[in-house]
Ligand binder design. Structure first.
Ligand code: NAD
Ligand code: TYD
Length: 337
């Protein structure tokens, strides 16, 4: 892997014990044997070192907080590229308790960017989200569309996204921004729609579908995201934002039915519950800028969902440990017991 004609030798991944970060580390470890990886993760409820089992050699784990300047500086020493995944990520938790979202998804980004000053990092990829554009009933957002986030999660992510940009403009730091659509796949913490419903259905528990189930998301398989981030590492331009869409839009009811069909479970498991507060109706992206870099999503939703369901079936021990923990689902736990 090269950038600007020079090898990328060492990558700092923050939040590498989470869902997308661990998939990224596994992929790079397997396919890029000359790259060393450092994983800075504070292991919140969403961080799980079991996601990285078997990753050894050319890999170092540092337990630390991106909001702590010493942790950030230590982890960044000698690094060519930083990929910042670390964040609070669940919209429902952000509605109940926004504080940690602001502290990690905005302030934490500031601490990392400060640590980057004068330390020789050649590229900082900030992982933002499609949710920064807010919801739209029709059409698709491109990178020039105004940001209009509407949950404490997406508003915090928009803060981090623009702060990263400001360090490019103001200090000339080589920072770029990736905005992926909703991800799904192996190792996703079972609070997000797809793994939550798969694991509940496997236990014959009701699936709490918000509102009328008509809200829509575009579903990007995690491997496609990882390939997109690697394309950005090689060819992305500092100062730019890049959408990573999937073109696999589904309503939540369609997703729920597809899960039930794959598992051979009855539709009677679906339980209509009160809508999420401020529930964004639909996210949709144009990804022509990524296409121009040579990236396209490859995994269609039906195939990706089949692989994901299979993974959760085979890795019951992995998710059973998580759902047995006291902090599983946080404040929502009481609603689902
Ligand atoms: P995740 O919740 O599975 O993992 C987050 C990881 O960050 C965990 O390992 C956690 O321990 C770590 N972390 C949290 N706060 C930290 C801190 N202060 N210091 C160090 N580590 C900390 O998240 P994910 O779903 O893998 O998402 C990764 C990134 O991608 C996030 O920035 C998220 O906003 C973005 N994103 C996610 C999706 C999605 O659908 N999952 C879509 C678009 C963008
Ligand atoms: P989620 O996986 O939380 O991702 P995001 O809100 O960041 O897109 O939710 C995806 C969709 O599924 C969203 O429209 C909310 C809905 N949803 C439910 O209907 N029930 C649930 O229990 C969860 C977690 C989500």
């Amino acid at each position: 892997m090269q950038r600007d004609g020079r090898d990328v030798r060492r990558i700092l991944v923050t939040g590498g014990a989470g869902f997308i970060g661990s998939n990224f580390i596994r992929h790079v470890h397997e396919h890029h044997p000359h790259i060393e990886l450092v994983n800075l993760d504070m292991l919140t409820y969403a961080g799980n070192l079991e996601n990285l089992e078997g990753v050894a050699g050319r890999y170092a784990f540092v337990q630390g907080d991106i909001r702590n300047p010493q942790d950030a500086a230590r982890a960044m020493a000698g690094v060519d590229v930083v990929v910042n995944f670390a964040a609070e990520t669940h919209v429902d938790r952000s509605i109940h308790d926004p504080g940690d979202f602001i502290l990690t998804d905005v302030y934490g980004v500031y601490v990392l960017l400060e640590a980057m000053k004068g330390c020789g990092v050649r590229l900082f990829i900030h992982v933002s989200t499609d949710e920064v554009y807010g919801s739209t009933a029709a059409g698709r957002f491109d990178e020039e569309s105004p940001l209009n986030p509407s949950s404490p999660y997406s508003a915090s992510k928009a803060g981090g996204d623009r702060l990263a940009y400001s360090y490019f403009v103001t200090y000339g730091l080589p920072v770029l921004i990736a905005r992926p659509a909703n991800n799904y796949g192996p190792y996703q913490y079972p609070e997000k729609l797809i793994p939550f419903f798969i694991t509940r259905a496997l236990q014959d528990q009701p699936l709490p579908l918000y509102g009328d189930g008509g809200n829509r998301r575009d579903w990007l398989f995690v491997e496609d995201t990882v390939r997109g981030l690697l394309a950005l590492m090689e060819r992305g331009e500092p100062g730019q934002a890049y959408n990573l869409g999937a073109g696999q839009e589904r309503s939540n009811l369609e997703v729920t039915r597809a899960i039930l069909t794959l598992l051979g479970k009855p539709e009677s498991l679906v339980q209509r519950v009160a809508d999420r507060k401020g529930h964004d109706f639909r996210y949709a992206l144009e990804w022509g800028k990524m296409r121009a870099l040579g990236w396209e999503p490859r995994v269609e939703f039906d195939a990706g969902l089949r692989r994901t369901v299979e993974w959760y079936r085979r890795n019951e021990a992995w998710w059973r440990k998580l759902i047995a923990k006291k902090d599983y689902l946080g404040h929502l736990k009481k609603n689902y017991e």
